[in-house]
Design a protein. Structure first.
Length: 160
């Protein structure tokens, strides 16, 4: 009887340790590199960029983002229109295929920070949480940098 109880306890321990290992693996499935946010003024809009790698064998997608630094956060895609001007289109999600990567960069996908609650100055850090379809949310600490050679307004046309 004692032996069976011990077996059960061992089995339970084994199960819980497996579960926690799996959690850590989930955390490593998505890797974020070279994240930065464009410097901007309080009350205006900002944007954050990064490279995301999906190291799992399961397709995923970014389905949104949130940050306490802005009134609202959206996922956008900047596109060149036929007349040569840029437009931004709100995206429901950004695909992140298994084993693939996606780059959020000026003139393409970006995390749009709408209605900044504070100035974003070079050297600051802001917290942005990414939400995924198939993975837990990821909290990022993103450094603020001045966009080089883009002037104040930026090529994404970050106007409301
Ligand atoms: Cu935008």
């Amino acid at each position: 009887m004692k032996k069976i109880l011990l077996m059960l306890i061992l089995a339970a321990l084994l199960l819980t340790s497996c579960a926690s290992n799996e959690m850590q693996m989930v955390g490593r499935d998505i890797e974020v590199q070279k994240a930065w946010a464009r410097s901007a003024l309080q009350g205006g809009n900002g944007a954050a960029y990064m490279i995301l790698q999906n190291r799992s064998n399961e397709d995923d997608s970014i389905i949104g983002a949130s940050s306490s630094a802005a009134e609202a956060v959206e996922i956008h895609l900047s596109q060149m229109k036929a007349d040569g001007t840029m437009e931004m289109i709100r995206q429901e999600s950004i695909p992140l295929p298994a084993g693939g990567e996606v780059e959020l960069k000026p003139g393409s996908y970006h995390v749009m920070l709408i209605g900044l609650k504070q100035d974003l100055k070079a050297g600051d850090e802001i917290s942005v949480t990414l939400h995924f379809k198939n993975h837990p949310g990821m909290i990022l600490s993103i450094p603020v940098k001045d966009a080089e050679g883009m002037g104040g307004s930026g090529m994404d046309g970050h106007m409301p």
